[in-house]
Design a protein around this ligand. Structure first.
Ligand code: E4P
Length: 217
């Protein structure tokens, strides 16, 4: 499984990358606006930290505008993947950009059929927002399972990104299903490292080692 960090915060990205298990970054207009910095400068700094796919979202709302804006953003760095919102205009734009060899990540996917359309248009990634589905009482991971099955049936090369992750259980279920990519907030990734028995076990090992050191004095 590839693990991406879902943030535009430079400190979080630097820290997560230092762990050696994070292979990419996903951003969106909300995450970028939280940072209060010029867009291009922020994206270029992220690209200088992470040697992997960096998803950056377009804000135009028609296909023509998305393609134009997308070409400009993609020219900033070779690792940039254009995040394009699901919809007729978005899918038209993905088709054109993918034909030009520009990588895309179709965002705001909430159904297996939307995931199918993203793959048909040649998207590099399809982001399924599991947390937002859970929030309205639908099982987000069930949509991931259905989309994975469709992709396997037709050997699509588009990779599903499990996005809008809220807790480590989303990542566990993604792993059990064989989802190729998960993007998670910094805090959720940090939580994956933790287990109370690990802390208790380490304290005990260190205390016993201290006892031995005292005996050897
Ligand atoms: C995905 O790429 C999005 O940036 C993100 O996962 C959205 O998550 P949210 O539902 O927590 O805003």
């Amino acid at each position: 499984m590839k693990i991406f960090v879902d943030t535009a915060n430079i400190e979080e990205i630097r820290e997560a990358v230092s762990w050696g298990i994070v292979q990419g970054v996903t951003t969106n207009p909300t995450l970028v606006s939280k940072e209060g910095r010029p867009f291009k400068e922020l994206v270029e700094e992220i690209c200088s930290i992470v040697d992997g796919p960096i998803s950056v979202e377009v804000t135009a709302t028609d296909a023509e505008g998305m393609v134009e804006e997308g070409r400009e953003i993609a020219s900033w760095h070779p690792n940039i993947v254009l995040k394009i919102p699901m919809g007729i205009e978005g899918i038209k734009a993905v088709k054109r950009l993918s034909t030009e060899g520009i990588k895309t990540n179709v965002t705001l996917i909430f159904s297996p059929n939307q995931a199918l359309l993203a793959a048909e248009a040649g998207a590099t990634y399809a982001s399924i927002f599991v947390g937002r589905l859970d929030d309205i009482g639908q099982d987000g991971m069930q949509v991931v399972a259905q989309a994975l099955q469709i992709y396997r049936n037709y050997s699509f090369s588009t990779e599903i990104i499990v996005a809008s992750v809220r807790h480590p259980m989303h990542i566990l279920r993604a792993g059990e299903m064989g989802a190729p990519v998960v993007t998670a907030p910094f805090k959720v990734l940090e939580a994956m490292f933790k287990h109370p028995l690990t802390d208790i076990g380490l304290q005990r090992f260190l205390a016993d080692w201290e006892k031995l050191k005292n005996l050897m004095k």
